[in-house]
Each structure stands twice: as structure tokens, then as C-alpha cells.
Design a protein around this ligand. Structure first.
Ligand code: GDP
Ligand code: MN
Length: 346
């Protein structure tokens, strides 16, 4: 059967990930979740899927952060589900409030205007604190100090496939820094001046621009304009030391001073993604084609049948978003010169 033979050949060439890596030293890694108490039962389903598909074999820790104290119920149930240690942190006020240079009346004006314009989360103050926190502060939380790696998990997400290898150790052994599953275009109205400020920053700090960076993923014209492509940050497996680096700290500080987290609605996803694309050599970014991931209306589902069966994926490949026009992952394949799966529609 010719089709099956082609399928099998593809698995071999696409089987990028070793089942077991040599050596067994433990990687300093944790899951990290920012959530509200009221999201407990939406989060538990996400956690159950991460535990079932991956962590029950590896027992990594899980750090939970919240701008309000977690309830006892939240702690009891999440601790019952996680196979590793659980830790709960109350976010310090300085990480979830207005910096003194922000004009709060001007911020309120923006929210009113964005609400009238129907921009998603445009009217929400809390969403802006969340995006600023995920950009500039989660990695400064003392509970994360002992770790080098994290996997971000949000409520209402799913992992669709078995992960039969230690993804943290794989990232480390393969010199990766930032891993993603879904990429997508941002709503331009949420970030009207983000790219201008980014260019100003790069002009002031050309030393931070990496050789062989991924500019061609986020810009179609050599950096003149932003094409809105970003890694969807509700899933991230990444090295904390990247955010702790001088380049990223200075970039965040620059953006924070510019005020766009409040005067516009800058998301942590474009901020993380632009930083990763510009301050890292492109080979340090990893596309996890094998996770099978869902958040809200967007799904990643491996297209190859044999791969899905072998990894017991429970997703519908017809729902796969990877090569949709609104996704950026097709572009990622192109600029990385990676062969697309033969099942991908042109
Ligand atoms: P979306 O994925 O962009 O639609 O935004 P979400 O509402 O899912 O928020 C992103 C993440 O931040 C999720 O993990 C939420 O649980 C968390 N989050 C959002 N707003 C707040 C908040 O006000 N407080 C806390 N503690 N977490 C929040
Ligand atoms: Mn979400």
C-alpha cells in the first residue's frame, strides 16, 4: 500500500524527538499557572490533561500565582491532581499595579475608547495588569527562583497527544530556549505603537539583536513593519533565564516606560514573541509539532495519521489550525525552510 508506505516514511523523517534521552539528571523545571480562584474547574481539566499526557511520568513541580490569595479549595484540589510538588504565590503589589509614570486618566480613556471600538478585552483593567505581569514579572516571582525552565498552563487548554519524553530535558539537551505550539496574527488595534517602540529600542540597543534572528518570521519587509505574527503564549515551554537576561529586562523596561500596556493593550504574547524572535538565534526556538494543543477556538492537531495513533492523540485533524491563513506557523515553516507535512493543504 503506497499511501501507507509514504505515511511511514514521513513518520521516520518527522520523528524529531527521541523517546528517551541519555543520562537521567533532573532538569530544574516547573509548570507555572496564573489563575483566578473562580477558574479552578476550568483549570483542573487543563491540569488533568497535562498530568495524563506527560507529567505523571516525570512529576515536575507546579507553581500557581494569583493577584488574590488562593482559596483552600483551590489549593486542595490542584495539589490532589499534581504528581509533583505544588507551590502557591500571592503576586506582590508592585507586579500588579500602575507604575508611577502612568497617567491613569489617560489609561481609563483608552479603555473607554477600545470598548466603544469593540476590541476584545479592550475595556478591562485586569487584563492589562495580567499582560504586563506575564511580560515583565512572572519570572521574577521568588517561587520561580530555583528553576531554569517552565511550562505555562492556562485554564481551558488541552494536550491531545502522549508526550513520551521529557520535554524540559529535550529543550536543554537540544540547546533550545523557547518552545511553542500555535502561532497567530495579533489584532493590530491592540498594539498600534508596539513596533515603533521596538524599533526605537533596537536602535538604542543594537547589541541585543541576535545574529541569525527570526526577524523574517515577524516582519515581511526586513523589519520596517510588524506582520502581527506571534507565538501564542498561553502555551510556552521556555527557559526562564531568557526573561532574566539583560536584553529582555531592558526591552521590557523600555516598553513599560512607553506605557502601551495601559495606553494601548499590549499582550504578553507579542512582547514575548518579538523578544524571542529578535534576541535569540533562530535555532533556539522550537516548534512543538507533536503536542496537539487546544485553547479556545484554536487547535493544533498533528496531521499524520500514524503519528496520531502512535501517540494516542484524541484531536480531530480537520480542526488543525497550523496551516490556516490566520495562523503564522506556515510562515514559520517557510522561513525556517522546514518541509511541511505532506497532509497540509496548500
Ligand atoms: P486569553 O487567553 O487571552 O483569552 O486570556 P485569559 O482570560 O485566559 O487570561 C490569561 C491568563 O491569565 C489565564 O491563565 C488567566 O487565568 C489569567 N488571568 C487573567 N486575568 C487574571 C486576573 O485578573 N487575575 C489572575 N490571578 N489571573 C488572571
Ligand atoms: Mn486563556
Amino acid at each position: 500500500d503506497k499511501e501507507l508506505q509514504q505515511g511511514n516514511a514521513q513518520i521516520e523523517s518527522q520523528e524529531l524527538l527521541p523517546i528517551a534521552s541519555p543520562g537521567s539528571e533532573r532538569v530544574k523545571a516547573t509548570f507555572v499557572t496564573l489563575a483566578r480562584n473562580k477558574e479552578l474547574y476550568a483549570l483542573i481539566e487543563s491540569m488533568r490533561s497535562v498530568e495524563d499526557r506527560f507529567n505523571h511520568k516525570y512529576n515536575y513541580d507546579w507553581v500557581f500565582l494569583n493577584d488574590e490569595p488562593f482559596t483552600q479549595e483551590f489549593k486542595d484540589l490542584t495539589s490532589a491532581i499534581v504528581s509533583g510538588k505544588t507551590k502557591y504565590g500571592l503576586i506582590p503589589k508592585e507586579h500588579w499595579s500602575y507604575p508611577e509614570w502612568i497617567d491613569q486618566d489617560k489609561a481609563a480613556e483608552t479603555r473607554k475608547k477600545m470598548k466603544a471600538d469593540g476590541i476584545i478585552y479592550g475595556d478591562l483593567e485586569s487584563y492589562r495588569h495580567m499582560c504586563r505581569f506575564e511580560s515583565g514579572f512572572f519570572w521574577r516571582n521568588p517561587l520561580l527562583d530555583e528553576y531554569d525552565w517552565y511550562w505555562r498552563v492556562e485554564p481551558e487548554t488541552k494536550v491531545h497527544c502522549d508526550l513520551d519524553y521529557d520535554v524540559f530535558k529535550w529543550m536543554k539537551d537540544n540547546n533550545k530556549v523557547y518552545g511553542f505550539t500555535i502561532s497567530i496574527h495579533e489584532f493590530d488595534k491592540t498594539i498600534p505603537t508596539l513596533w515603533k517602540h521596538t524599533k526605537d529600542f533596537i536602535r538604542a540597543h543594537p547589541e541585543h539583536l541576535a545574529h541569525n534572528n527570526l526577524m523574517d518570521f515577524i516582519s515581511n519587509d526586513g523589519g520596517d513593519t510588524y506582520n502581527l505574527c506571534h507565538f501564542w503564549s498561553n502555551f510556552e515551554v521556555a527557559n526562564l533565564n531568557f526573561w532574566r537576561s539583560q536584553a529582555y529586562r531592558e526591552y521590557f523596561e523600555y516598553l513599560d516606560r512607553a506605557g502601551g500596556f495601559f495606553y494601548e493593550r499590549w499582550g504578553d504574547a507579542p512582547v514575548h514573541s518579538i523578544a524571542a524572535a529578535l534576541f535569540l538565534p533562530r535555532d533556539k526556538i522550537h516548534y512543538f509539532e507533536d503536542v496537539g494543543y487546544n485553547h479556545g477556538v484554536y487547535t493544533q492537531c498533528p496531521l499524520n495519521n500514524e503519528f496520531r495513533y502512535k501517540h494516542k492523540c484524541h484531536c480531530n485533524p480537520e480542526k488543525d489550525f497550523t496551516f490556516d491563513g490566520y495562523s503564522c506557523t506556515g510562515r514559520y515553516y517557510d522561513v525556517m525552510k522546514m518541509p511541511k507535512p505532506k497532509e497540509a493543504k496548500e
